[in-house]
Design a protein around this ligand. Structure first.
Ligand SMILES: C[S@@+](CC[C@H](N)C(=O)[O-])C[C@H]1O[C@@H](n2cnc3c(N)ncnc32)[C@H](O)[C@@H]1O
Length: 361
């Protein structure tokens, strides 16, 4: 397959690579400079001021500028206009790749092939024969394989639920996920070699752990927050009508705290939670809604009125978090410990709050 390229795209690629590493010498500068992101993101979607999605392709005004800027780009929408795949923000990709510390000779597993761009960067660094990349979406895997082939790379790509890993090519020295998880899936841990490094998005953070023994690993969260498209699974819809019928209780926690300083700890305490917000005509926050995959739902109004329904009282958990953290906690102060009996995130030293992560189904 031929792909379009010209002086403008080649120069834009070099500029992005240099800007990402800020002049710092990194083994990844060369990879970002060499791999043409536009081949993998041949089309992306942008919302206009009315919220409608517009698609941009090679030749469209602004296409190249966006592809070679530090933006996450939505590359696939479902029938309802909900994004189902994207090319992640390059600076976040770089941070994760640096944390992965992959080098030639390492066998690397990626969960979430998407466009194949990250698989191409990994292939450039460690050799394409050493890269295995899986995605749950067959159409994406097919397209990624074509685009990888077009730039001369042939990593192993396959369609499966990333939670299963890919046992046939195990053991892996490095595992990277570019899809949001609630915990590190057991099969993926089993397929990691002793000493392997695993870098995955967990909630609103990214954790880096080193595997010690079979089924055991530990490590810290990276300092910067990030949010990745969640692993596809069926969660319940929010029950706002039912919540609205509940007797209100009072809270002293401002609803905005959930959207800001408590966002990351809430993603550990309430795995898979989703929020939405309602604003008045001047754009001021009126209330926040949140729900979890089990259908529990809560709303909190700026007046302090809270309504909750479903199998757990979500705002009670938010209040507990507000007591534990007076300001915005530092992500690096969170540590993940994995043993054969479970996965626990703890904050700072002994005695700080901790959360048992749910096993990945
Ligand atoms: C942010 S995109 C990945 C970006 C990709 N690494 C790239 O370079 O373009 C997240 C991807 O995770 C995939 N995904 C969602 N659920 C998954 C699952 N259960 N197993 C594997 N992949 C999944 C989506 O299909 C989507 O392509």
């Amino acid at each position: 397959m031929m792909w379009p390229d010209n002086c403008a795209s080649a120069a834009a690629r070099q500029r992005m690579a240099a800007a990402l590493t800020g002049g710092r010498v990194s083994e990844w500068t060369e990879a970002f400079a060499a791999i043409p992101r536009h081949v993998f993101v041949a089309r992306f979607f942008q919302q206009d001021s009315t919220g409608a999605w517009q698609s941009l392709m090679w030749g469209d005004p602004g296409y190249l500028e966006s592809v070679y800027s530090d933006e996450a780009l939505t590359t696939q929408l479902d029938d309802h206009g909900v994004p189902t795949s994207s090319s992640s923000q390059p600076s976040v990709m770089l941070r994760m790749l640096e944390a992965l510390d992959a080098e030639e000779g390492h066998q690397v597993l990626e969960l979430g092939t998407g466009t194949g761009y990250n698989a191409a960067l990994l292939s450039h660094r460690v050799g394409d024969k050493a890269v295995t990349s899986v995605d749950v979406d067959y159409g994406l895997v097919k397209a990624a394989g074509v685009h990888l082939g077009a730039v001369g790379l042939r990593p192993f790509v396959a369609c499966t639920d990333g939670a299963q890993g890919w046992p046939d090519r195990a053991p892996y020295d490095r595992v990277i996920a570019t899809v949001g998880l609630h915990s590190i899936p057991g099969p993926v841990l089993d397929q990691a070699a002793p000493g392997a490094v695993i870098v995955v998005p967990l909630g609103y953070g990214i954790v880096r752990v080193t595997v010690t023994d079979a089924g055991s690993a530990s490590g810290r969260f990276l300092p910067t927050p990030a949010y990745f498209m969640a692993r596809r699974s069926n969660g319940a819809a929010p029950r706002f009508d039912e919540a609205a019928q509940q007797q209100p209780t009072d809270t002293s926690v401002p609803p905005a705290d959930l959207l800001d300083r408590l966002k990351f700890p809430a993603s550990l305490a309430l795995p898979g939670y989703v929020t939405c917000s309602w604003k008045d005509t001047d754009g001021n926050l009126e209330s926040v809604g949140l729900w979890t995959p089990d259908g529990a739902t809560a709303t909190a109004h700026v007046s302090g009125a809270v309504r909750q329904c479903g199998p757990q009282r979500l705002w009670d958990t938010v209040e507990d978090l507000a007591k534990s953290f007076t300001g915005t906690p530092d992500l690096e102060d969170f540590h993940l410990t994995i043993t054969p009996t479970g996965q626990v995130v703890s904050y700072r030293a002994d005695g700080g709050p901790s959360w048992a992560l749910p096993a990945t189904p």
